[in-house]
Write a protein that binds this ligand. Structure first.
Ligand code: KG4
Ligand code: ZN
Length: 343
């Protein structure tokens, strides 16, 4: 059985071909970073238009790399939630058209369940039940995952997402979009304790929420002064930049690690899956491995770097919905959810 999966929730146009064992035959991602870089974040209208231009060539390339034709497909899956409305609609319309034209089942994918499924695909063995931390540009959420397709939200950010904080702080520093990789590079050789920065809710151990907007504002005041407009980024020496970015990164990582551990403690679960763009951060990975190996240890399943940022291969979670007999009709709609545009 061959399944085509589509992903257009934000600013990556992606298609993959997977089989019934969730093995990936091909995976193609067309990134739009170069279109959004000068705005310091994703512009929803530009993202939707770019998806429209790229979706068919990306599908063609995924089929070509898998060495199959459209008529070899047995089902088509598409990420329908959460995401940017205009972006989601492009993938959804393409998937519906294929399902109708080829007479094959249509499967809906939850983008956050797909991010977590990347951990299972890498592990090669079941990771559920587990706690999952999904940290990306649009989300920072903790879930109790009963299965690949049965998630309960335990808590999340009350303002900015972790990746959004990386992107905004990078913009304040004059570093390019996406900010996560740029800050990670700049932080090399920096002292993570050089600059004191706030860490929200760490004094409330049972609270499974995050807040990163105060941290972002603290960096802004440090750089530009309180109540001053943000104009030209101030000139910092390489060491000052390294120290500030390392301190910022450490503050985000402290919150992510502490709340993930709290979720494990409060649920009694012993496996932690960590996925989403921010899971690609090497310092986060290092701190999670330390925590996993500590006295109150846990089984850590970190998504592999290649499957952290948005891609369609993780849409293989659709196989689990197919197994459960969960198909959709052509009435299927996109549910944008809580993703806030513009970052
Ligand atoms: O999962 P993703 O590709 O898209 C969303 O669903 O949002 O995540 C993109 C986010 C961006 O905010 C980006 O800055 C962040 O993930 N990111 C990172 C790293 N690589 C990507 N954040 C920290 N460190 C990284 N190495
Ligand atoms: Zn994502």
């Amino acid at each position: 059985m061959l399944l085509l999966t589509l992903e257009t929730t934000c600013d990556e146009t992606a298609a993959a071909v997977v089989d019934e064992q969730a093995q990936v035959l091909s995976s193609v991602v067309a990134s739009q970073d170069e279109l959004h870089v000068r705005f310091g974040g994703v512009v929803p209208e530009i993202a939707a238009r770019a998806h429209l231009e790229r979706i068919l060539p990306v599908i063609d390339e995924a089929l070509r790399r898998a060495n199959i034709d459209l008529t070899d497909l047995n089902a088509v899956a598409v990420a329908t939630t959460p995401g940017l409305a205009g972006s989601l609609l492009v993938g959804l319309s393409a998937a519906k058209s294929l399902a109708l034209a080829l007479g094959i089942p249509l499967v809906a994918v939850d983008h956050l369940q797909a991010h977590v499924y990347a951990c299972q695909m890498a592990a090669g063995s079941p990771v559920y039940p587990c706690v999952a931390l999904v940290a990306s540009g649009g989300h920072t959420s903790l879930f109790r995952c009963r299965s690949a397709i049965d998630f309960e939200l335990l808590g999340g950010t009350i303002d900015d997402a972790a990746g959004e904080a990386f992107d905004k702080v990078a913009a304040l520093l004059g570093l390019p979009y996406p900010g996560g990789p740029a800050i990670e590079r700049a932080a090399q050789g920096g002292n993570p304790r050089a600059v004191r920065l706030p860490r929200s809710f760490l004094d409330e151990p049972d609270r499974l929420e995050f807040s990163f907007s105060g941290l972002k504002t603290a960096v802004r005041y440090l750089l530009y002064g309180q109540g001053k407009p943000v104009d030209q980024p101030p000139a910092l020496s390489q060491q000052e930049l390294a120290d500030l970015t390392a301190s910022f990164q450490e503050a985000v990582v402290d919150c992510l690690v502490a709340k993930a551990q709290a979720a494990l403690r409060l649920t009694g679960l012993t496996t932690l899956c960590v996925a989403g763009g921010v899971a690609a951060n090497a310092r986060l990975g290092q701190r999670l491995r330390q925590a996993a190996a500590s006295r109150h240890g846990f089984d850590l399943q970190l998504a592999p770097r290649a499957l952290c940022t948005d891609n369609a291969a993780m849409g293989a979670v659709a196989v689990e919905r197919l197994r459960a007999g969960l198909f959709e009709t052509l009435e299927l709609d996109a549910k944008p959810g809580l993703v806030r545009p513009g970052r």
